[in-house]
Design a protein around this ligand. Sequence first.
Ligand SMILES: *Cc1c(COP(=O)(O)O)cnc(C)c1O
Length: 381
Amino acid sequence: MRFDTKVVRAAIEPDPTTGAIVPPIYQTATYVLPEVGVDKGFDYTRSSNPTRQLLEENLAAIEGGKHGVCYSSGMATVDSVMRLLKAGDHVVSSDDVYGGVSRLFNEVLSRSGLNFTFVDTSHPGLVKDAIRPETKMLWVETPTNPLLKVTDIEAMAAIARDAGIPLGVDSTFATPALLRPLELGADIVVHSTTKYLSGHNQLIGGIAITNNDEIAERFRFFQRAIGAVPSPTDCWLTLLGIKTLSLRMARHSATGLRVATYLEEHPKVQRVTYPGLKSHPGHEVARRQMSAFSGMISFELEGGISAGKQLLNSLRLCRLAESLGAVETMITHPATMTHVCVPREERLARGLTDGLVRLSVGIEDAEDILEDLESALEQID
Ligand SMILES: *Cc1c(COP(=O)(O)O)cnc(C)c1O
C-alpha cells in the first residue's frame, strides 16, 4: 500500500460479525472468558482493547514502524518514553521543546533523578558536545514549538548511534504525512494525537511508535502498569480523523506557505518563521527531510505586547486558543498565554519575544484567513 492508501486503510478490515466498513467502538472495561484459562486475546481494557489496537496498528503502519503504543495524552507518551531511563541517567534534549515537555523534564522527571541538558539541536556540533558517558537518550522535537526550529534527523541518528543511545523524536508538528523519522534512523517517534492526527480539536491523546521489539515491550508494560490509556471512543475518533490526514496536511501546508509569504511582506511584521520560507535557517534541511512544511507559523510584530494584544483581539475568524493542528485556524500569543509563567528574561533569552505570535493555519478558505489577518493587522497602531 502507498502512503495515502495506508492512511485510509491500514489495519482496517470489515467487522467480522456484520461487515460494517467502519470498525465498531469496543466501549467495554472487560471481556468474558469462555472458560478458565482461555481468552479471545483481550482480558481488561487497561491492558488491551480492540479499538485501541486498531489505532495502534494503523498509526504504526502510517509511520513506517512495527509497534505503536497509545496513551491518554501526548504528555503521558513522553513520560512513558522517559521511563526507559533510571535515576542518574542524562538526556540531551532540543531546547525549544513544547512547554509541557520542558515542564515534565524540569519539574517532574528531574526530581526523580533524571538530568537534562538542553541544546539547539539544529546545530549537530552542539549535540555531540553535550553527550556524556551517562547520556542515555537523545530527544529531539522538529519543527519545534513555538520557534519552528528544524533539526536534521539523520545527523541526530548518526550521533545517537555513535553514542549507543536511542534517538526519540517528537514529530507532532510534522505528522507522518510530511516526515517519517524512523525511516531517517530514529528509534522512537512520539505524537500528541490531540493535534494533526485526530485533527478536529475533539480529544486528547498520544502514541509512541518504534521498530525495536524490546522498547515496544517496555512501552506495553508501562501502558498496563501505569494505566494512562485512551478511551475506546477517543481511539475511534482518532481513527476517523486520520482518514483525511493526507488531504488535511496538504491543505494546511499550502495555506501555511501562502500565509507565511503574505506576512513576510507585511510592514507591521518584523520577522516570519516558517520552515517553508527560504529565509528560514533550517529551510534546506526541512526541504530534504519533509515533503511539505505543515501549518505552523510564528511571527514577530513590531510593537511588542500591545501590538500582540491588539492583533489577537481584532481577529474574527482566527480563534484565540491554546492548541494547534486542527481544522480551525488558531492563534496564540506566548508572552501573555502559553509562556506567561516564564520570567520575561528567560523568555527573551529563549527567543520568545513580547511581539511573538504563533499561528496554526486551519483548512478554511485561504482568502478568508488572509482577509482576517489583514484587517486585524490594520487595527494595530
Ligand atoms: C501538544 C503537544 C504535546 C503534548 O500533548 P498533549 O496531547 O497535549 O498531552 C507534546 N509535544 C508537542 C510538540 C505538542 O504540540
